[in-house]
Design a protein around this ligand. Structure first.
Ligand code: PBG
Ligand code: ZN
Length: 326
């Protein structure tokens, strides 16, 4: 017997395949991460992330123009401060590096969405995402004192002109704390993109070179999620939704596509996926060795994010993807 059902009928030509294609990546789906450092005309490539640079504010502005010209709707800013301390002063100070970069970009490229990472790890002398008492070598990161610092940070970022506040430290109650501080300061229309399901992942390794934020003691497993857990991600997003999150993020992306899918099914909010540093570096390393076709592999991955339910992709490949899409 010959088969009656022949799915191959719809694969016989390119236009036919395009007609029945279910998921398409567009430049509108992308957000590009940038790392701001103090100084002038600095563009220092991150060793473990070929094509990614730490940039001074003037260079960030140039880069932001290029990103806008490529049709990418937004960037997300991270900062590397001059000094790191126990209070994470560089995070919440009005003259903090992210605040400076935000102001400069919004002035030069007002039609680009500027999201800011709202966390302390780049600014604490111990590299943790929260407050830890001086000399507390047990590595305890204190939740509620961290919320106070995050509230100040978000308001300073809002004042600088940020369009999206993106808290990434996985502290309990951080969305509610930030929402109330923004509302009190008159920023009730500023959206929060919560890193709602962020796992304690080895895929962040290269980012910690880029952001100079590796923890000096212990690890992040008391606040970031256990990679073995899936249902817990739903609990995390439910809490963030109840606390007033406007968008939710799953991070990392590739090894967590089941989580993206489950989160998308569980909410009507836009879902973002962070295609993190280690995911980028692996592809780059293989591509530079000539072992894979970079464009094909990256586009396949981006399409897979869309298929898994991702609305917004944060990726270091964003500029390349925009160029390939033409
Ligand atoms: C910090 C933060 C991290 C990333 C984004 N924000 C790293 C971490 O938790 O150590 C990772 C991004 C990447 O790997 O590209 N809260
Ligand atoms: Zn952090």
């Amino acid at each position: 017997m010959f088969p009656i059902h022949r799915p191959r009928r719809l694969r016989t030509s390119d236009p036919l395949r395009r007609m029945v294609r279910e998921n398409i990546v567009t430049t509108n789906d992308l957000m590009y991460p940038l790392f701001a450092v103090p100084g002038d005309s600095i563009a220092k490539e991150v060793k473990s992330m070929p094509g990614v640079y730490q940039m001074s504010v003037d260079k960030i502005v140039e880069e932001a123009k290029e990103v806008r010209d490529l049709g990418i709707p937004g960037i997300i800013l991270f900062g590397i401060p001059e000094d790191k301390d126990v209070e994470a002063t560089g995070a919440w100070h009005d003259c903090g590096i992210v605040q400076k970069a935000t102001e400069a970009v919004k002035k030069a490229v007002p039609d680009l969405v500027v999201a800011v990472d709202t966390c302390l790890c780049e600014y604490t002398n111990h590299g943790h995402c929260g407050y830890s008492e001086v000399g507390d070598l047990s590595g305890r990161v204190l939740n509620d004192p961290t919320l106070e610092l995050l509230k100040k940070t978000a308001v300073a970022q809002a004042k600088a002109g940020a369009d999206i506040i993106a808290p990434s430290g996985m502290m309990d109650g951080f969305v509610q704390a930030i929402r109330s501080s923004l509302d009190e300061a008159g920023y009730e229309n500023l959206p929060i993109l919560s890193y709602a399901a962020k796992y304690a992942s080895a895929y962040y390794g290269p980012f910690r070179d880029a952001a100079e934020s590796a923890p000096q003691f212990g690890d992040r497993r008391t606040y970031q999620m256990d990679p073995a857990n899936g249902t817990e991600a739903i609990k995390e997003i439910e809490l963030d939704i109840a606390e007033g999150a406007d968008m939710l993020m799953v991070k990392p992306a590739l090894a967590y596509m089941d989580i993206i899918w489950r989160v998308k099914q569980a909410t009507n909010l836009p879902v973002a996926a962070y295609n993190v540093s280690g995911e980028y570096s692996m592809v780059k390393a293989a591509a530079l060795n000539g072992w894979i076709d970079e464009e094909k592999v990256v586009m396949e991955t981006m399409t897979a994010f869309k298929r898994s339910g991702t609305d917004l992709i944060l990726t270091y490949h964003a500029k390349d993807v925009a160029r390939w899409l033409g």
